[in-house]
Write a protein that binds this ligand. Structure first.
Ligand SMILES: NC(=O)c1ccc[n+]([C@@H]2O[C@H](COP(=O)([O-])OP(=O)(O)OC[C@H]3O[C@@H](n4cnc5c(N)ncnc54)[C@H](O)[C@@H]3O)[C@@H](O)[C@H]2O)c1
Length: 358
């Protein structure tokens, strides 16, 4: 069996999930890592059994012939720089969310992946959950009838210590925003994945609690291309946080997700029995009991998909252009907020990379 050998760029928090995911895929092998902080690279290499196969210099790692793919796990505003360098070296790419923090930089990395003929996939692990797949199937096959409302609520808690834990956090240049661009990008991708594209948006982003440069709270009114309406709320400043919730209603039924669990599966008047409805939620709850295992499971599916995409020479499940969409909607929300809540049409008619709040 063909094996795809991976190097990991950036040896911080999420890189460990990538390492475990690579180790969980037969077609993948972890062979190297790289971090500007040499001690971090060295201890990471030791932790994952790589011996002295670590690098401080990215170009040095990218020059290796025994690496076919990289995971980009650096601060968000460095993703395009690292992905473009990887593409130029002929390496395939799995890039953490968000792809980068400006549409210009994202377009540059997509163009580089195209020009150098490498696969580039984005990470949005919520798409891989069974519960998400079931809800998407219900929406896409018309089980809900005409879609009327698609809501997404992301109420998180992030402490002051969290924001102080890295110089790049909550900066416009490297984090690209706050409650939406870092944490909320997951739910925004999810609602787009389930409901389809947004046509116009009106929004407010504010800094309500934390002493940070970016927004800690935002709300938006959405109009989807399919005519449905919805609201999106995102914050990192509430106690206690309740995670990511999605609720979608049509004229025939309603479905709801909370994390990896289906919380609503309601089709009154349909032939579906109560027992079938309970089965939908009970099965999903089973996978909710071990959040750590779940965290690696999503990334494992991303690694497996990228390996297969390389081997079969096909697009990955979430190619760069698909991962770009969530950032574009966040940019539209920021633009609306900056302009006092005015309605902003999508797709953005020019690359608007402004911040959400001054
Ligand atoms: N999918 C998810 O659920 C998820 C969860 C957490 C983080 N993330 C994303 O992963 C990325 C990293 O987040 P994190 O929390 O792991 O950050 P982190 O600060 O813990 O790790 C980043 C690492 O990159 C290293 N680094 C910085 N500049 C570098 C360079 N030029 N070359 C090589 N290494 C460099 C840093 O030294 C650090 O070790 C962010 O884009 C974040 O949005 C995704």
């Amino acid at each position: 069996m063909e094996t795809i050998r991976f190097g990991v760029i950036g040896c911080g928090n999420i890189s460990r999930t990538h390492a475990n995911a690579i180790k969980g895929v037969d077609a993948a092998e972890l062979v190297a890592c790289c971090d500007v902080v040499e001690e971090k690279a060295a201890s990471w290499a030791e932790e994952f059994g790589l011996g002295d196969s670590y690098h401080r210099d990215l170009d040095e790692m990218l020059a290796r012939d025994d690496i076919q793919a990289v995971c980009v796990c650096t601060p968000s505003g460095l993703h395009s720089q690292h992905a473009i360098a990887a593409a130029q070296a002929g390496k395939h790419i799995l890039c953490e969310k968000p792809l980068d923090v400006t549409l210009k930089k994202i377009d540059d990395m997509i163009a580089a992946a195209d020009a150098y003929n490498v696969k580039m996939a984005g990470v949005f692990q919520r798409r891989t959950y069974d519960s998400t797949k079931r809800v998407r199937e219900a929406v896409r096959t018309g089980k809900l009838g005409k879609l009327v409302i698609g809501d997404c609520y992301q109420k998180y808690f992030r402490s002051h210590e969290y924001y102080a834990s890295g110089d790049w956090r909550a900066t416009w240049d490297l984090d690209g925003g706050g409650a939406l661009m870092n944490q909320g990008v997951h739910g925004i991708d999810l609602i787009l994945h389930l409901m389809g594209p947004v046509k116009r948006v009106s929004a407010m982003a504010r800094r309500l609690v934390r002493n940070i440069a970016v927004e800690d709270t935002a709300v938006a009114i959405l109009e989807y291309e399919n005519g449905a309406l919805g609201v999106m709320e995102g914050t990192t400043s509430v106690t206690p946080g309740s995670g990511c919730e999605v609720a979608i209603s049509g004229d025939n039924g309603t479905v709801g997700l909370s994390g990896d669990t289906i919380t609503q599966w309601k089709f009154p008047g349909s032939e579906e029995t109560q027992a079938e409805a309970e089965e939908q939620t009970a099965e999903a709850e089973g996978t909710a009991s071990d959040p750590l295992a779940l965290g690696a499971t999503g990334h494992t599916e991303h690694i497996r998909d990228l390996c297969q995409a390389i081997i079969e020479d096909r697009e990955p499940a979430i190619p760069g252009r698909e991962a770009r969409k969530a950032v574009e909607l966040i940019k539209a929300i920021y633009k609306s907020s900056r302009e006092g809540g005015t309605t902003v049409e999508l797709p953005l008619s020019y690359v608007d990379d402004g911040p959400g709040i001054d």
